[in-house]
Design a protein around this ligand. Structure first.
Ligand SMILES: [Zn+2]
Length: 250
């Protein structure tokens, strides 16, 4: 246990795509974005924000995804359980998993956190349950037996304002983000409500947006938060990720 709130970032795999997948019209070679997971270590308990990918996306260097293919992959040591153990955190000690949404690359590690209660927006859970879709929503990732807390709207996790779950709809019907209040200031863990900093700079939603109107409202809130000094950690931003130290308190 800790006496102050700490936040750690881990990369649990790679998201490989053309630049135009993030900002339509952008060209260039395939690039790799991280598939982040964040540990929020609070005096009253431990939470993870997103958990990466399921073991079925694991690859060896010999059969790694070619550099000109769209897809997901992770390598030995990148799963969330191994990431946690590397900083002496027992995966069994995680009390909550906050899933930004239930796409395969955000909840695929849930099964590795046996004692966690899964916190997800009710509308996101319903979407996943009613629209299982290979490669997008798969029960093997999110239906892993733990207790589920299906919430609607905002939720103050510890009741002290330090970890606030906020709806950020658009990418999916029930997407949510987390605002963590550190001594150094607020950090907003975006998840897929905003893939990259460039999306927000240009106020351009990616094509992978189910509700454009809600997506723009989310972007406006993010832009306002950023202007007010909140640090935003984006969903799959390889350029930003290069500036982040993994496994060290942010
Ligand atoms: Zn997604």
């Amino acid at each position: 246990m800790t006496d102050t709130l700490r936040l750690f970032a881990f990369n649990c795999g790679w998201f490989q795509c053309r630049p135009g997948y993030f900002v339509e019209g952008d060209e260039g070679d395939y690039l790799r974005g991280p598939v982040p997971s964040y540990l929020i270590d609070h005096p009253k308990g431990r939470a993870l924000f997103d958990t990466g990918m399921h073991v079925r996306y694991r690859r060896e260097l010999a059969d790694a995804l070619p550099s000109d293919k769209f897809g997901l992959q992770w390598f030995e040591g990148m799963d969330i359980a191994t990431r946690l153990k590397a900083i002496d955190v027992d995966p069994g000690s995680i009390d909550w998993v906050i899933n930004s949404h239930l796409h395969i690359d955000h909840c695929g590690g849930n099964a590795l956190l046996p004692n966690a209660t899964i916190i997800v927006q009710k509308r996101e859970l319903e979407t996943a349950q009613h629209n299982p879709q290979a490669g997008l929503y798969e029960a093997v990732d999110y239906d892993t037996g733990q207790k589920i807390a299906a919430i609607s709207g905002e939720h103050d996790l510890f009741g002290d304002g330090s970890v606030r779950i906020v709806p950020t709809y658009g990418h999916t019907q029930g997407h949510q983000s987390v605002i963590v209040r550190l001594a150094a200031g607020e950090v907003l863990l975006a998840g897929d409500c905003c893939y990259t900093e460039r999306n927000l700079d240009m106020m351009v939603l990616p094509r992978a947006t189910v509700d454009v109107e809600q997506g723009m409202l989310t972007f406006e809130r993010l832009a306002k938060a950023r202007a007010g000094g909140t640090r935003i950690l984006f969903g799959h931003d390889g350029r930003q990720w290069a500036t982040i130290k993994e496994g060290v308190a942010l």
